[in-house]
Design a protein around this ligand. Sequence first.
Ligand code: FRU
Length: 492
Amino acid sequence: MHSNLLKKARLTEDKKRKEVFPQLPRFHVTGGCGWINDPNGFAPYKGEYHLFFQYYPYDKHWGPMHWGHVKTKDFIHWKFLPAALAPDQEYDRDGCFSGGAVEMPDGRHLLLYTGVRKDQLDDGSMRVEQTQCVAIGDGLDYQKLPENPVIGAPLLPPGNSTWDFRDPKVWCEGDTFYAVAANRNQSGRGEVLLYQSHDGIHWHLAGIPASCTEENGPMWECPDLFPLDGKHVLMHSALAMQASGLEFHPGNGTVCHIGRFNRQTCAFTEEAIQTVDYGLDFYAPQTLLSLDNRRIMIAWMQNWDSSVYPPENLQFIGQMTFPRELRLSGTRLCQWPVREIEACRQNPVIRSDVPIQDEQSLPEVSGRVLDLSLQIRPGEEALYQSFTIKFASAKGMYTELTCYPEKGTIRIDRSHSGFPRDIAHVREFPVSFREGEIDLRLLLDKWSFELFVNGGEQAASATLYTPLTADGITFSSDRQIYLSVEKYDLIF
Ligand code: FRU
């Protein structure tokens, strides 16, 4: 039986999605209407990939959280499914917060999510309780268990916060279920807790793989822990980070620790740490292991500071990044758009070693839904100081990215994209040049760009709400360079 709240959400999305559809990006997941944030429950189920998300179908603002639901076979073509969860129980009446999903050994689909409940106390103050809850279903409809909450205060380390305790990411190894969740300890610092269970319902605390450092913010949200190329990656999204050089910027940031995880002691030994995405809009990623053994990541392509200014002309806010394949190069996490997109490439425009200096466009190189690869090579004279690409450009509006080989950085800047609010629009981040040479790949999809540098050593994503008529692309450099271009339309 579905609650009235879930029925209402399903009716609303049915009604609104048809109207909103023409505005949606072509190959990025959205809620189809209303608001979305974090990806949830990104995992294979019965031969397909399911993705849920933090969802409020009624408005372009965050509200009591539901779980929206889509699925795909190829990470490109997604099918909307009816909302999966609504905040309709005592223990989750203020929100079904982020969590994970897994196919159970008996073929059922288990969702592990955070139930949020707020109570006003006699002195007027607010008491928030976050607990972990289970819903089990068949890939379409889910029942919350009478045993809920399945992980609550008694399973926390003594003195840890019951207020900041959320975002379980669940997986199975053989018959054993594991989940990592975010929490705060007695001294107010964030921690990642590891839980273990034989059935997904009865859990115990197995250990504490990691705790926050001061620079990485007071609370880590949405942790994920997975093996990759002989090591382990512990990833999390930090609230209120401090800036550190060009590696970490202030505010919401997603960080990954690369190292070794000891299952017996639950200790994570860090060998390297990095920003996952250097752009303006990237938060709360989740990964899955694909049916052909690729580690694939998807994230909310937005951040909390920018999300409060939804574009006036669109009837939805929030989208996911395009799914990315992860690999390690030494101790560096590299990411690359899933290879399935290559089958959607059409109308190739290929130009080799075009000399560029003054700002110019190239014939047939324009558009707002495309896959563009660029190779920049210095000219014969002195090394260029800066090479700039402007895109989504027309009538004084544009977004630009500039390569600085001497500084070893790239700067992205959407200040002129038409955004009406003075939030962060610029980031600069470290990249490597090979004597001035660098490779870039840019995916554009109407309201966003995703940049991949040197085969995915760095990625940078951002939303841009420039009118779609702005589809120009130009190139310029302070000294002559040679530019090779491979541009494809993406047809679905
Ligand atoms: C991260 C987050 C999670 C929480 C969810 C609420 O963006 O704050 O910690 O579960 O969003 O929507």
